[in-house]
Design a protein around this ligand. Structure first.
Ligand SMILES: [Fe+2]
Length: 225
């Protein structure tokens, strides 16, 4: 949560004595760092929030699929960042959709709730940016990855469900690329979002399809494809 910490007065240019107590600004910054640490949101917090607002099985499974894709993206594109946090971003990107589906609600209402529950600003910004109509820029790698994975996860699930065994294992990445051009198939999935997402992330479409498919396959038993 953002909090305003006033700057200290300019004060004396002299260096503090070694035995001097920590300055007020030092104590405040230590307290702020401690708050940040104790305020870190866990995957359990995120899952509880998802379940609080989303009762539908398919939207919960979609959330899990995007979480998995985001964790894989974190490991590949941002090895210095926490994959669990990226996963939380995926898990929660649509958590408000069932209750607040309209474009003037989702993901705005969700973002407000996330702020109230103490989820960090970067994560909220990425979630706002996954809906192109918000016009919130996707500036971080996490935001770009979320946009590149969200609709694709939905499309891969749709591709799996038309296979004889209804499994993702039966889906070939090349066939997914071909199916994207079939406008009658899974027509609610935005092709523009997928193409633009891949472009913004700077990756090859078929490679990204294969990569996200692999990530989803790791939890195929949980997402039911
Ligand atoms: Fe989504």
């Amino acid at each position: 949560m953002f909090r305003f910490i006033p700057r200290e007065d300019a004060g004396s240019p002299e260096a503090p004595r070694p035995d001097a107590p920590p300055s007020l600004s030092h104590r405040r910054s230590r307290a702020f760092a401690r708050d940040k640490l104790t305020n870190v949101k866990t995957r359990d917090d995120a899952l509880a929030l998802l379940h609080e607002f989303t009762k539908g099985d398919s939207l919960r499974k979609h959330a899990l699929a995007v979480e998995q894709a985001m964790k894989a993206c974190a490991r590949k594109y941002a090895p210095d960042e926490d994959p669990v946090r990226w996963g939380i971003c995926g898990l929660l990107h649509d958590f408000d959709y069932e209750a607040y589906p309209n474009a003037d609600q989702h993901p705005w209402v969700g973002s407000k709730i996330l702020e109230e529950r103490g989820f960090d600003a970067d994560l909220r910004q990425a979630i706002l940016g996954h809906a192109p109509y918000t016009n919130i820029p996707r500036e971080t790698l996490m935001a770009k990855a979320l946009f590149a994975c969200d609709e694709l996860c939905g499309f891969l699930t749709a591709c799996a469900l038309v296979q004889p065994g209804k499994t993702l294992a039966e889906v070939k990445p090349a066939s997914v690329k071909k199916k994207l051009k079939d406008k009658a198939f899974a027509r609610t999935v935005s092709r523009d979002d997928i193409y633009n997402g891949v472009k913004e992330l700077g990756v090859d479409l078929e490679e990204h399809i294969a990569f996200v498919r692999e990530a989803m396959l790791e939890i195929s038993h949980e997402i039911g494809v």
